[in-house]
Design a protein around this ligand. Structure first.
Ligand code: NAD
Length: 348
């Protein structure tokens, strides 16, 4: 057996302890599954509601189960024998999805509610919950020149309707399972994760992937124009997938971060207009811009304050947006060509 477990992280985890990863047919949990597999962990159970052929990534030697974790019996089955559980399963997408389908977003509460109870009943040692910057008070995000959000900014609560409130309440479940029942929980608030194997078309994609795809469509059609949602002044930070999975690992295995929500995001702020400019440079095309002020655009500005993660983990997501976007664009370009040629692509 070829085990290469990173010794700088004290995981308190044997190479054949069972790791359960929920939402593994999707973007981040798919990458997390590959990450633990590549580190040498030999017993990983990956679970997603989607049928197996629709998973974005299928990692060899991993037990893959297709089941709906919002059903209690499935949650119980899912965590059987697990030492660690990572809950990244949720009904979600970019602003186009979460502003339109609030009920669907809220119903993800069922996944965490059943999964954490099942994990506690099964004697799981550590439980991870993927929260979001959408849990933050939206009143603090009304200006594109935002002050970066620090962890205490979630309260007084005024989360993003639907999706953000589900995250905030599920965080609270994690905090109370620790306080009252002693289940060790860890909570990361992700800020706009992007990269290869993320959704890039179909309605759930986020801005970085959507802009790459639109640039490719413009090149392909010869109509060199792009439609931007909102007026392009909205600002965001974007965190590359490799930084995200390593961050999850470090947060889950930090004794200083039990039941303590922490930002997992980049602090490199950019406007959507400038992100379009970056993609134009990468793609080698100049695009005439049109704006749709009525399209979903989310809060005016949002950035990650990384003071706390620096303090406890002595690091923060560092991949430059330009580097991450080059990888993402190259991957989406391949997908785009495959789709055009009638070959299957990961988000079909
Ligand atoms: P994703 O949509 O690619 O993956 C989520 C997966 O969960 C999907 O494959 C979906 O089929 C699965 N799922 C949904 N309902 C399920 C159910 N009832 N039972 C089993 N599986 C179910 O999304 P992602 O970007 O990989 O996000 C992963 C987690 O991170 C989610 O909790 C999301 O809210 C959170 N998050 C993501 C971002 C981001 O920028 N991508 C930002 C903040 C938070």
């Amino acid at each position: 057996m070829n085990v290469r477990i990173d010794s700088s992280i004290d995981r308190r985890l044997g190479s054949d302890d069972l790791i359960v990863i929920a939402g593994a047919g999707g973007f981040i949990a798919g990458a997390l599954t590959r990450y633990f597999h590549d580190l040498g962990y030999t017993r990983i159970r990956a679970i997603d509601r989607k049928p197996l052929p629709e998973w974005y990534q299928r990692v060899p030697d991993v037990e893959c189960l297709s089941m709906d974790l919002s059903e209690n019996q499935n949650a119980i089955r899912a965590v059987e024998g697990a030492v660690e559980v990572y809950n990244l399963a949720a009904d979600m997408g970019g602003m186009g999805f979460i502003e339109r389908f609030r009920v669907q977003c809220l119903r993800s509460i069922l996944i965490n509610t059943h999964l954490i109870e099942a994990a506690w009943m099964a004697g799981v040692q550590r439980y991870f919950f993927s929260s979001s910057a959408c849990a933050y008070n939206t009143d603090l995000q009304k200006d594109p020149h935002v002050r970066a959000l620090k962890e205490s900014d979630a309260y007084p609560a005024m989360a993003e309707r639907g999706y953000g409130w589900e995250k905030l309440i599920s965080e609270m479940f994690c905090q109370e399972y620790w306080a009252e029942r002693g289940l060790e929980t860890h909570i990361a608030r992700f800020h706009n994760i992007y990269g290869p194997y993320g959704t890039w078309f179909g309605g759930r994609e986020k801005a970085p992937a959507a802009i790459c795809r639109k640039a490719l469509e413009a090149l392909d059609s010869g109509r060199h124009s792009i439609e931007i949602w909102g007026d392009g002044t909205q600002t965001r930070s974007f965190c590359y997938i490799d930084d995200c999975v390593e961050g999850i690992d470090r947060i889950m295995h930090s004794k200083d971060l039990i039941a303590t929500p922490i930002n997992l995001g980049s602090s490199e702020l950019i406007s959507i207009g400038d992100l379009v400019g970056m993609v134009e440079e990468i793609a080698g095309v100049h695009l005439a811009r049109t704006y749709d002020p009525a399209a979903p655009k989310g809060v005016a500005g949002r950035n990650s304050d990384n003071t706390f993660i620096q303090q406890v983990l002595h690091g923060e997501p560092r991949t430059l947006l330009r580097t991450g976007m080059e990888h993402t664009y190259a991957w989406i370009a391949t997908q785009f060509a495959d789709r055009k040629a009638g070959r299957r692509v990961v988000t079909d």
